[in-house]
Design a protein around this ligand. Sequence first.
Ligand code: RB5
Length: 147
Amino acid sequence: MKKIGLGADHGGFALKEVIKKHLLEKGYEVEDFGTHSTESVDYPKYGKLVAHAVIDKKVDCGILVCGTGIGISIAANKLSGIRAALCTNVTMAKLTRQHNDANILALGGRIIGDVVALEIVDTFLTTEFEGGRHSRRIESIESCELF
Ligand code: RB5
């Protein structure tokens, strides 16, 4: 079973907790990098913590949540090798796995409801990368990375 790294700021804390419970019930292993309350924090810290865990292969993939999902995905995507995809529906989750081999899912805790979020999570975690022409495009993205 996959090991999933979770991270959120205060805007994503509540949804992260919902996702954590869901994943544990499904038998996934979870590493929760915080935050652990609704007290205001800065989202880049949590985006970077999970991104490093993905790069270092301490987890198989990551799920990040902030208020919109935007800031925390921008932060994670600064790290070479990270492909964090902000998804607001199941189709985006499916296609970002099939085409982009996204290794982090980003969600907006203040944007989507819990039911849709969990459908997105399940789709993201169970959809495989298609390879082929999409591998060439990912290699092209990686050629822009600084290290
Ligand atoms: C925090 O207020 C908020 O800015 C953050 O959760 C996120 O939406 C940033 O992109």
